[in-house]
Design a protein around this ligand. Sequence first.
Ligand code: HEM
Length: 380
Amino acid sequence: MLARLWLRLGAFLGKTLLWLVGLGLLGWLLSTLWFAWHHSGPVPTEEQIPPGEAAMTQGIIQTAVRIVDQHREGTRYLRDAHAKAHGCVKAEVRVLPDLEPALRQGVFAEPGKTWQAMMRLSNGNAYPQFDSIRDARGMAIKLLDVPGKQLLADQQARTEQDFVMFSHPNFFVSDVAEYAQNVGAQADGKKAMAFFPSLDPRSWQVRHLFIALATLAPAPASPTEATYFSVSPYKFGSANAKFRVAPDPQSCPEYSLPKQNQDLPNFLRSALSQQLSTDRIDACFVLQIQRQNPQKYMPIEDTSIEWKESDAPYESVAKIRIPAQDFDTPALNLACDNQSFNPWFGVEEHRPIGGINRLRKAVYEAVSDYRHSRNTPSDR
Ligand code: HEM
């Protein structure tokens, strides 16, 4: 009797489990089909500005300034993001001598031209935390002595073209509205819960939570060994494009970095210093662009979507060389901290586009102005 009861219970539990697995698979299949249908081309080639974006931007500036206040180091006000630098280094950006005519745009117009540049390498967090903590890593490049009208009306004295990137191809939010909600929640101390704004499952941003988790990656052995992505799109002449900077060790003398002590808080700075200052070995990268194919799902207004390389390959446009140098001195480090990199410092041919870039236009300037105004005059 008892044995039969056990058998029935076992059969019931087995069937229930089968049903649950079946339902799970069906749900997965339906969501995959929905995602593929929803995320397919063609897409617009022009910006689409949603109503209310400018008002949301003002709220985000206030949150950003609050973060700068919360994270100040002693008396010093740091960046709201990418607060900790591994170093600012001099670099040379050389346009490929045989660049094909369609890619000769903006600062890449003249094949073979070499631009002098400044590069800041950083961790993503607003705290200058240990390098061993999972994080995004940043690279900001500033080409110097760039002629032409600057995009920002009040920055005409600059002669710069900036490229601002981090080490993951897509962003954990799609647009300004989502950024306002998510970062507001994070600034209030919510972490993963920032991706679940209400009890309504339709508001849950599970895919974006996974992007955020993947962005916070273990540290590379050295800042010279990571690939950095623009994440958001830019004009590239009349085309739209994203860009990335990838290590290009073949263009430099062979080098094997001695293993660094990763228990030390600043081992990424040590790695950079070991290569450039102690071992006197140049570091090399290649700068590549990925042009939008509007027939594919390569949207301008959603930074959570990685533009697939199978839809549009990256094309090399320039080589970057960081010559051996001594960059780690108190004066150079202070000058590095006081620099401002901004995707909007540049010329029309490389205009930032899309909601997240429109947002960055107001926020970078406001945060940079705020931290500069707070730091003591002798520090500036
Ligand atoms: C597309 C994705 C983004 C990328 C690739 C990116 C990358 C970076 C990098 C590399 C830096 C450090 C620049 C330096 O070395 O000085 C930086 C700084 C900063 N980022 Fe972003 N960022 C992105 C999106 C955003 C967004 C959406 C916001 C806020 C609206 C934001 C706000 C800031 C601010 C305020 C700074 C500091 C500016 C300063 O004080 O000079 N970023 N970002």
